[in-house]
Design a protein around this ligand. Sequence first.
Ligand SMILES: Nc1nc2c(ncn2[C@@H]2O[C@H](COP(=O)(O)OP(=O)(O)O)[C@@H](O)[C@H]2O)c(=O)[nH]1
Ligand SMILES: [Mg+2]
Ligand SMILES: [Zn+2]
Length: 318
Amino acid sequence: MQIPEQDKRAVVVKNAGSHFLLSRLPDWSPFPAVLRGKVRLGQTTATNPVAVGDVVRYEGDEMQADAQHPVLIREILPRRNCLSRRSTNLSRQAHVLAANIDRAIVVTTLYFPEIKLPFLDRMLVSCACYGVPALIVLNKVDMYREEDPESVRHFCDIYEKAGYPVLQTAVPTGEGIGALREACRGKCSLLCGESGVGKSSLVHAIDPSLQPKIGRISDVHLQGKHTTSLYEMYPLAGLGFLIDSPGLRGFGLSDVPPDDVFRYFPEMLRVADDCRFMPCTHTHEPGCAVKAALEAGDISPERYASYLGMLEEDRKFR
Ligand SMILES: Nc1nc2c(ncn2[C@@H]2O[C@H](COP(=O)(O)OP(=O)(O)O)[C@@H](O)[C@H]2O)c(=O)[nH]1
Ligand SMILES: [Mg+2]
Ligand SMILES: [Zn+2]
């Protein structure tokens, strides 16, 4: 059946640099596309104009399309939301991770690779800034919960107290995988997190028919290697869609003015109305409700340190 020209809309399901795959969701039959000629762009300040999750208008016959004869992306339709980061600290330009997502699944481990709380908190702040709800997945608990139950408890405590749901998972034992699958139901979720934490492994665990490339942890450095350099969406049998992303090293905050950073820490936002002075940077002001909550143990010192780090970074690079 011929699709009328004006109805030729599809979702970007794979982004490998200049080549894309599109699918007319919820139908899953991806076809190749390129960005060429004159394109009407929604956002123009990003290093990548098109991201996985974008709805685009295209030109060409999707039934006949192949690698040699891709369809042409003509227009990127307005986004409901998107998640971006600054490519580098010095760059003013944003890199769009994904568009039109319902939720971010922020994957982390305590060890193998070792956790970097400031990095995790930056991802969470970005999610909050773009209005994307975040679920934290603490993966590989099979490797360290027995040896270090106290650290696992401490981690869950920090983030649950802050207001985030935390799910513990282990791919080899299947622990938490059912709950994660359930959490994906009916949604389009973006998996993000450092390289090597197990994002691709989780995709495969949720739906064994899906085969994203899984990396190997280098024995010498116990560090994640970059195994994927692309963003790819996967259909979860009748469940929803999951976007796997490459490991990110840095996560510069884009679009977050320093005065607003505290708003994206839910536990600070909850109490900040009670600060004596407005505006309050929550660093030195007398009568600061955030500092009071910190002293009372209602805000964790780790999260507060991340907050200070973000203000500091901002001073350096702005
Ligand atoms: N022990 C253990 N290893 C895991 C788990 N999840 C992933 N791995 C391993 O961690 C390495 C990196 O996994 P991968 O899925 O490629 O990570 P990604 O870079 O985040 O996509 C691979 O060797 C996986 O087999 C887990 O829950 N437990
Ligand atoms: Mg991967
Ligand atoms: Zn304050």
